[in-house]
Each structure stands twice: as structure tokens, then as C-alpha cells.
Write a protein that binds this ligand. Structure first.
Ligand SMILES: Nc1nc2c(ncn2[C@@H]2O[C@H](COP(=O)(O)OP(=O)(O)OP(=O)(O)O)[C@@H](O)[C@H]2O)c(=O)[nH]1
Ligand SMILES: [Mg+2]
Length: 208
């Protein structure tokens, strides 16, 4: 089996969307990453068991003035990553506004992964943390854990230190495959799975 899926990456300016995608696709990190204009596209194949998943990854611009353009990308997406920065509560609140917008504008629930970035900064200095991982997990359960079809997951990553990045995309790809199997079997249309793990500081990642 092979699957093509469109993945959209959303979140406010500077949270690390481009860095997350660059680490995953090119295994690079730019400490002076330039702000994205409009959106950029990268593709990568992921193998899940005997299934090939080709992810078309749309990295959107977080600047407010590009918000209407981002809509073009998420409306046809099969899956998405909502990104915030663990050192910025403001970015967490901004992520919520993306989710509200998604819920309003997309025709049916998609697989969503909520990602807190810049974990390396709080591992180096815990006082920098503004969003506890528990808050993110509770948020995911409250907002998306109603069995409404959002296959949601949450984790914390560092694009700088390459922690937890591959896992995000692997989990999404696996959920895409599972969802396809359910649909083919006619079992689980709309069956949402809420699975969120705890980030162990030091272990550096928390995921499903
Ligand atoms: N320490 C640290 N810095 C990071 C990490 N990820 C991104 N950054 C830095 O955060 C800044 C913004 O990163 P980008 O990836 O460009 O952010 P973005 O979300 O794509 O921003 P827009 O394109 O403007 O929406 C850059 O200086 C990155 O180097 C990380 O995991 N750790
Ligand atoms: Mg960017």
C-alpha cells in the first residue's frame, strides 16, 4: 500500500516551524532561520510497516499578514502540526486561535499533532519554560479528545538538538495508515484516538 498525504504546519511567527521541517527533511538547523514568506513545500517518504507514506509538507508563514494564505493550505490537508514554543505562553495561545480557525473552516477532522518546540532551551534553563507539558496534554484532550475524529497527539521537540523530530512525523504517518485501514475496512470512520504522553525532561521528548 502507498499513501500520499498533505501535511500543513501551522503556528505563530518564530515558533520554529521551518526549523522543525528542515531538521526532519534535510537534517539541518539554522540558528538564524529566515521568516517564511507565504509558504514553502518539501516532500519526504516515510515507511510504516509495509506501507509507503509520501508526505507533502507545507510549511506556512506565521506572520499575521499571511494568515489568509495559510487557509489555502490547511483546507486541503489530511494532517497537520500545530506548533508552539515551550518558552512562550503567547505562542501557545496563538496556537489555540489556529485550532479555532481550523475547526471552523475545514470540512472534517484531520490528524493533528501538537508540538512544543525549543525543548533544548528549557533543558538548559528550566526557568525559561512558560508552558508545562501537562497543560498541552490537557489542552489536546479538552479540545480534540471528544471522539470527533481528530487523531490527536502531543509532544515536545528540539529542532536544534534533533530531539523528538522524526517521531512526530512517524506518528502522523502511522495514524494515516491506520486511518486508511479503518476506512478500507469500514470500521472507524471518524474514530478519533487521543493519545498523549508525558515529556520527561532530560529524556527530552514526550509522545504517543
Ligand atoms: N534553541 C532553539 N531555537 C530554535 C529551535 N527551533 C527554531 N529555533 C530558532 O527560532 C527562530 C525561528 O525559527 P523558524 O523555524 O524560522 O520559525 P518559524 O515558525 O518558521 O517562523 P515564521 O516562518 O516566521 O512563521 C530561529 O532563530 C531558529 O533558529 C529549537 O529547537 N531550539
Ligand atoms: Mg518559517
Amino acid at each position: 500500500m502507498s499513501i500520499e498525504a498533505k501535511l500543513v504546519v501551522l503556528g505563530t511567527q518564530g515558533v520554529g516551524k521551518t526549523s522543525l521541517v528542515a531538521r526532519y527533511v534535510k537534517n539541518t538547523f539554522d540558528p538564524a532561520s529566515a521568516s517564511t514568506i507565504g509558504a514553502s513545500f518539501l516532500a519526504k517518504k516515510v515507511v510504516v510497516d509495509d506501507c509507503q507514506v509520501r508526505l507533502q509538507i507545507w510549511d506556512t508563514a506565521g506572520q499575521e499578514r499571511y494568515r489568509s494564505i495559510s487557509k489555502l493550505y490547511y483546507r486541503s490537508a489530511n494532517c497537520g502540526i500545530l506548533v508552539y514554543d515551550v518558552t512562550s505562553e503567547e505562542s501557545f495561545l496563538a496556537m489555540h486561535s489556529w485550532l479555532v480557525e481550523l475547526k471552523k473552516n475545514i470540512p472534517s477532522p484531520i490528524i493533528l499533532h501538537i508540538v512544543g518546540t525549543k525543548l533544548d532551551l528549557v533543558l538548559a534553563d528550566p526557568s525559561k519554560r512558560q508552558v508545562p507539558f501537562e497543560r498541552c496534554v490537557e489542552y489536546a484532550a479538552d479540545q480534540l479528545g471528544d471522539g470527533g475524529g481528530w487523531g490527536v497527539c502531543a509532544s515536545e521537540i528540539s529542532a536544534k538538538d534533533d530531539v523528538g523530530v522524526d517521531e512526530v512525523f512517524q506518528v502522523i504517518a502511522r495514524k494515516l495508515v491506520e486511518r486508511r485501514e479503518w476506512e478500507e475496512e469500514g470500521v472507524g470512520e471518524g474514530a478519533g484516538v487521543v493519545e498523549a504522553g508525558r515529556a520527561e525532561e532530560g529524556a527530552g521528548k514526550g509522545c504517543c
